[in-house]
Design a protein around this ligand. Structure first.
Ligand code: 13P
Length: 247
């Protein structure tokens, strides 16, 4: 199973950044054993996918409906039409700011998979939950409620992103990551049988060049979802290189 290293550009990216996407595409060719992707703002997807036609460009969210009266939203068919091959669903920033529920995240994942997109489904606990000792239980409940009923394992990835590690420079210990990823793996096997072994489990939250190798060495870490350090090829490519070594 190739590692997947996906960048989440969040609300960053203008036409002037297409050169950076091209640089990441170029440099990624040196690492054929790593699947590299960038999830960019919806409005940049078409320009990005035209600029780098053989590179995986994705969205950061998708609506669960095919079409309809949903002002400001984007459907899975629209993402595909614009050139996306994957999308993130259930990022904690959306679960929090847009009050997305597990049921909505599940419906979004199912809509995206039905449209032939690959999906990165995010889960993760708050600091309060981690400090109270309920991280694994909370994240497993989140996963159980947001996991699609049926999934082609090869097109689904789970990103474990502790909310308190996002953009903070704080990272869980290797033991904490290992414990969570092992629990997620068991839950995926319970849900999908043997196919659950083929769902990649990514770690996300303050991944950077200096900690990537250590994180990729943790059992059941099949890649990373990278925010801030994915915006520049100079910061992102060392993470991809670490995944190639670890893989
Ligand atoms: P940072 O890598 O900036 O901490 O962001 C992680 C994230 O939220 C990726 O989806």
């Amino acid at each position: 199973m190739n590692k997947l290293v996906a960048g989440n550009w969040k609300m960053h990216g203008l036409s002037s950044d297409l050169a950076e996407i091209k640089a990441i595409d170029d440099a990624s060719r040196r690492y054929p054993s790593v699947d590299v992707a960038l999830c960019v703002p919806a409005i940049l997807i078409e320009r990005a996918s035209r600029a780098v036609p053989n590179f995986a460009i994705g969205g950061q969210d998708v609506h669960y409906a095919d079409k309809g009266a949903h002002t400001g939203c984007v459907s899975a068919a629209m993402l595909v039409d614009a050139g996306a091959v994957l999308t993130i669903v259930g990022h904690s920033e959306r679960r929090e700011a847009q009050r997305e529920t597990d049921a909505e995240v599940k419906a979004k994942a199912e809509a995206a998979l039905s449209a032939s997109l690959r999906v990165i489904l995010c889960v993760g606990e708050s600091l309060e939950v981690r400090e109270a000792g309920g991280a694994v239980e909370t994240v497993l409940a989140q996963l159980a409620a947001s996991l699609p009923d049926h999934a082609d394992a090869a097109r689904l990835a789970i990103a474990y992103e502790p909310v308190w590690a996002i953009g903070t420079g704080k990272v869980p210990t290797n033991d904490e990551i290992e414990e969570m990823h092992a629990a997620l793996r068991r839950r995926l096997i319970a849900a999908y049988g043997d196919a659950g072994r083929g769902v990649r489990i990514l770690y996300g939250g303050s991944v950077k060049a200096s900690n990537a190798a250590e994180i990729f060495a943790v059992p059941e870490v099949d890649g990373a979802l990278v925010g801030g350090a994915s915006l520049k090829a100079a910061d992102f490519m060392p993470i991809v290189a670490a995944a190639a070594v670890g893989g």
